[in-house]
Design a protein around this ligand. Structure first.
Ligand SMILES: C[S@@+](CC[C@H](N)C(=O)[O-])C[C@H]1O[C@@H](n2cnc3c(N)ncnc32)[C@H](O)[C@@H]1O
Length: 449
């Protein structure tokens, strides 16, 4: 955490400013491990991530950081059940610990077991050379993360690159997950400052390690007031997350509050309560979502229209008004708002930026790779039937099979495309571009898979 970040932040519980109270580890002007204080509380920083949550895990986490037990603190927050099992154990154990002798011993034993588990998790998650992909298990959310680049929900972000570029002074990726969107924003939008926030410390740890190492990270609960000062962000993005937050009315108000006067609000992929969704969360109707915002006029866009415009016509149309029945029959909708009316236009050739990103291109992990007589054959294989059903646009746009030959086949080593893609013939380079447009080849962070 760079100290300047605190200039943007206030305590979400008492709204007073925060200042660094102790530094245990600092590198190149970044506090990696330390404590910050406001008038009501003390919060811990670990691995450069500021943890502003106030639950029992966060409290125990702060205690471990203060005692110099950073491995256990980190392991505690990286566990898959960090927010459920650990929360219950911390709550019961810390209550027992401060009780009489017998209960005190029981509490200490529970905390000891929790620490042992944390050490195990720490080892697993921080092992050298472990790729992001290899650390993810097979659960629903982990599958979602591994195959995020195959999700049309995610593709829609690429369409917004030219809009975000116009408001890139300071961007907030709210509920950023493990940072896939922040990776794309860092590479294609090149913000002057990027802040990533989520309520899962472990996700922020992955985001910092793999996806957006240059960003600043804040662990927070979006059900509480946001810990940022008024008007500090030129863009606020929240992708595929609003329907997971209970306090939607207050969060909408908070997003408006932290946005600069001419800033950009971007809320892609909101589940529509009028349509079935297997992981619905707490959806609203399209007009219900739009009605949460009072200061900004927001424009609603049906997701399928936006994705098809992007995939088939390489454009983003922020001028079009969609009739209510088209919005209501969409599986998901997007909201875009800004007081800067110059943003509400048609953007052409929106892929230009992302197609030029070829630092670490790989074959999309959703494809099985076969080599046959100098050719590379790629076959689409969705991770599960439910994934296929949840993303009909992926089934429509990701080709079922394709083959690479000649110079293009030669640059494929394992799942990666080697550095010699720079020397491809013009024709092969065009073919590569086509594969990128179809998300068969995707540019991913180092260490992704
Ligand atoms: C479906 S994921 C989307 C992640 C990312 N935006 C993306 O599109 O790849 C939803 C994210 O919202 C986060 N989230 C859910 N409820 C939250 C809350 N109350 N406060 C902060 N983050 C929350 C989850 O931890 C998760 O990372």
């Amino acid at each position: 955490m760079r100290r300047q970040l605190l200039e943007l932040i206030r305590c979400p519980y008492c709204e007073t400013g925060l200042s660094v109270s102790e530094v245990f580890e600092e590198q190149d002007g970044e506090v990696l491990r330390g404590l910050v204080k406001c008038e009501c509380s003390e919060f811990a920083i670990l691995e450069g991530i500021l943890n502003l949550k106030a639950d029992h895990v966060a409290e125990y986490f702060r205690r471990l950081v203060k005692e110099g037990r950073q491995r256990e603190a980190l392991g505690l927050s990286l566990g898959r059940y960090a927010d459920t099992l650990a929360e219950s154990v911390c709550r019961v154990a810390t209550a027992l610990e401060s009780n009489g002798t017998y209960y005190g011993v029981l509490g200490k034993t529970m905390l000891g077991l929790l620490k042992a588990r944390a050490r195990h998790e720490y080892k697993r998650r921080t092992s050298k050379g472990a790729t992001f992909y290899s650390l993810m298990g097979g659960g629903g959310y982990q599958t979602y993360l591994k195959h995020r680049f195959s999700s049309p929900t995610f593709w829609s972000l690429y369409a917004y690159v030219p809009v975000l570029k116009q408001k890139r002074e300071r961007i907030l990726d709210l509920c950023c997950g493990t940072g896939h969107a922040s990776f794309v924003i860092s590479a294609c939008v090149e913000p002057r400052e990027l802040v990533c926030a989520d309520n899962m410390f472990g996700s922020l740890y992955a985001a910092r390690k793999y996806f957006a190492p240059q960003a600043q990270f804040v662990c927070l609960d979006a059900n509480c007031p946001l810990p940022f000062r008024d008007g500090v962000f030129t863009s606020v993005l929240m992708l595929d997350a609003f329907h997971l937050v209970q306090a939607r009315a207050s969060l909408a108000h908070e997003m408006e509050r932290i946005l600069s006067a001419q800033g950009l609000l971007l809320v892609p992929h909101l589940h529509n309560s009028l349509k079935y969704n297997p992981s619905a969360g707490k959806p609203l109707t399209p007009s219900g979502w739009a009605g949460l915002f009072h200061r900004l006029a927001v424009k609603g866009i049906p997701e399928a229209a936006l994705v098809e415009d992007f995939m088939l016509r390489d454009r983003l149309d922020l001028t079009r008004d969609y009739p209510e029945d088209e919005m209501d029959s969409s599986d998901a909708v997007h909201l875009v708002g800004s007081a800067d009316s110059t943003l509400l236009k048609v953007f052409e050739e929106v892929s230009r930026e992302f197609l030029s990103q070829r630092r670490n291109p790989v074959i999309n992990p959703t494809y099985q790779i076969d080599r046959r007589q100098g050719e590379v054959i790629l076959r689409r294989q969705f991770p599960s039937e439910s994934f296929r059903k949840e993303y009909p646009l992926a089934e429509k746009h990701l080709p079922e099979e394709c083959s690479l030959s000649g110079g293009l086949a030669e640059v494929v080593t394992g799942t990666s495309l080697s550095a010699s893609i720079d020397r491809l013939s013009e024709e092969d380079s065009r073919k590569l571009e086509d594969l990128m447009r179809k998300f068969v080849v995707v540019n991913v962070p180092e260490g992704y898979c």
